[in-house]
Design a protein around this ligand. Structure first.
Ligand SMILES: Cc1cc2nc3c(=O)[nH]c(=O)nc-3n(C[C@H](O)[C@H](O)[C@H](O)COP(=O)(O)OP(=O)(O)OC[C@H]3O[C@@H](n4cnc5c(N)ncnc54)[C@H](O)[C@@H]3O)c2cc1C
Length: 474
């Protein structure tokens, strides 16, 4: 039993099913919960966009506020500090004379570098550093392979894992914690103090995302129980406009305000009490994809961030800033692409169908360096998850886990299939808003020649599209 420990919160911002929190409380008499707002997370990337843009930053601040509220209710608080964790944590550990630091294990290079630095610094002070794995549905120690042997094809992984690996039961939230007085808990900054410009909530957003465990659990309740939407999820999950077409749980899962095991257990309960069908299975199937990208990142390390990806495959793509900006700003002139990009730019969210199409379009049609697209997603997405994002981009670029060679998304047929009446593109592109008697027409092919012509002129809000939107109305 330690006399006191620091619980360093990372992407595990919850009380329910939090192994790190549970173990810290179990193993020590006094726990100091700390969160560090790391300035590197908000600094501009080489492309000039903040690594965490305003949508996710706002969601994070709401999450921290909610976590603080929950901790206060059980007698504790959340101690907020701004700065580098590898500097703050050892300093606080010495100041408070703690015997151990508990934290959840992360997977990718930047996070692991911080873990390693912390370990060295804490060890020098004879302070234990204890890391706990908990971001996945299946525990990494329970799967039937050492990480280096996990199959590089998802179906092989899934089939074997489903047969052999039970999901560990979730953990109850703590009901009481010691007080942290007289330590100043510190206040949460405004977005502007993080160097970000606040963005007003957009009334066109598919759902109003609000951060925090309470809101994550409420969304789970709404999707499963209140609206019974899980029943038809497999059929509706590609819908671009329906708030309950898919779960929209990704943002809470990404920062750990909801655990995948909590979702899993709720699905199992729903299967018992309401319906059990291919839709209920499919939500768990998607959670396994989420696991898989984490495990692939663990297996392949920093290759996921490289142009050649985990396959080390050379790609003939260009660092073409004009095409990239037209894509990023939603002004290529291809309605299905621009509508999706404008949705993300306005709300931080884009559907899975949208993400697949815009990523494929950037890579396969515009022939632009896909790592720029992934980096732009990192800045914009409210649900950015390092492994899911870079893993999916690897997949679509053909350098990841897709067993099919050269998969190509035909944007026009995708638009016809998933937005047959053009309702979605009209929702996001004012130029295409309904004109009496005018329908949207998708020709069989993309106007590829025009797309590659030079001379994209960038305007103030939206640059002039490469292809005129008028051509789609008839
Ligand atoms: C290029 C690209 C980038 C992506 N970047 C991210 C990202 O940064 N963060 C992120 O959470 N997802 C990412 N995804 C996966 C997927 O698009 C989102 O998880 C999904 O759209 C979120 O909506 P939802 O919660 O309604 O999903 P649902 O359909 O309801 O799925 C349930 C949950 O399963 C997980 N999931 C579903 N599909 C995938 C998938 N393909 N890969 C990994 N997990 C999945 C998510 O946690 C999701 O919340 C990306 C996909 C692509 C093609």
């Amino acid at each position: 039993m330690y006399s006191s420990t620091i619980l360093w919160f990372r992407n595990d911002l919850r009380l329910w099913d939090n192994v790190t929190l549970t173990e810290a409380i179990k193993k020590s008499r006094k726990v100091y919960p700390v969160y560090c707002l790391d300035p590197r997370q908000f600094a501009p990337t080489p492309l000039g966009y903040p690594k965490t843009g305003p949508f996710r930053a706002k969601f994070l601040l709401e999450t921290l506020q909610d976590l603080r509220h929950h901790l206060q209710k059980i007698g504790s608080d959340l101690i907020i500090r701004q700065g580098l964790p590898e500097e703050i944590i050892p300093r606080l550990a010495k100041e408070w004379q703690v015997e151990a630091v508990f934290a959840s294990k992360e997977i990718t290079a930047e996070e692991v570098r911080v873990e390693n630095q912390l370990e060295t610094l804490l060890m020098a002070e004879k302070i234990t550093f204890s890391l706990w794995w908990q971001s996945t549905l299946l525990h990494i120690e329970d799967i039937p392979w050492p990480v280096k042997n996990i199959p590089d094809i998802f179906t092989q992984f899934r089939k074997e894992a489903e047969k052999t690996t039970p999901v560990r039961p979730s953990l109850a939230p703590p009901t009481q914690m010691n007080s942290i007085e007289p330590i100043a808990a510190g206040s949460l900054p405004h977005l502007s103090a993080l160097g970000l410009t606040p963005i007003a909530p957009n009334p066109k957003a598919i759902i109003p995302f609000a951060g925090g465990e309470r809101m994550g659990r409420a969304r789970l309740q709404e999707f499963l129980w209140d609206t019974d939407s899980l029943k038809n999820y497999k059929e509706t999950r590609n819908d671009l406009r329906k708030p309950n077409g898919s779960s929209k749980l990704s943002a809470w899962l990404a920062n750990g305000s909801l655990s995948p095991r909590t979702v899993y257990e709720e699905v199992k309960k729903y299967e018992k009490e309401r319906h059990k069908n291919s839709s209920t299975y499919w939500l768990i199937f998607e959670l396994l994809w989420r696991d898989y990208f984490k495990l692939m990142a663990r297996k392949h390390g920093s290759k996921i961030f490289k142009l050649e990806g985990i396959q080390d495959k050379p790609l003939d793509l260009e660092d073409n800033m004009k095409s990239f900006l037209a894509w990023a700003n939603g002004s290529t002139g291809i309605p299905f692409i621009d509508a999706n990009m404008r949705e993300m730019n306005a709300t931080g969210y884009m559907s899975n169908r949208g993400r697949q199409n815009v990523a494929s379009f950037l890579i396969k049609d515009l022939k632009v360096n896909w790592t720029w697209g992934a980096s732009y997603f990192e800045s914009m997405l409210i649900d950015y998850d390092v492994c899911s994002n870079w893993g999916n981009w690897n997949y679509i670029a053909g350098v990841g886990n897709d067993p099919r060679e050269n998969r190509y998304f035909n944007i026009m047929s995708q638009a016809r299939k998933y937005d047959p009446q053009g309702d979605y593109v009209r929702h996001w592109i004012p130029e295409l808003a309904y004109l009496p008697g005018k329908k949207i027409h998708y020709p069989p092919e993309l106007p590829t020649k025009e797309l590659h012509q030079s001379g994209i002129r960038l305007g103030k809000s939206y640059p002039r599209p490469i292809v005129s939107f008028n051509r789609w109305l008839y």
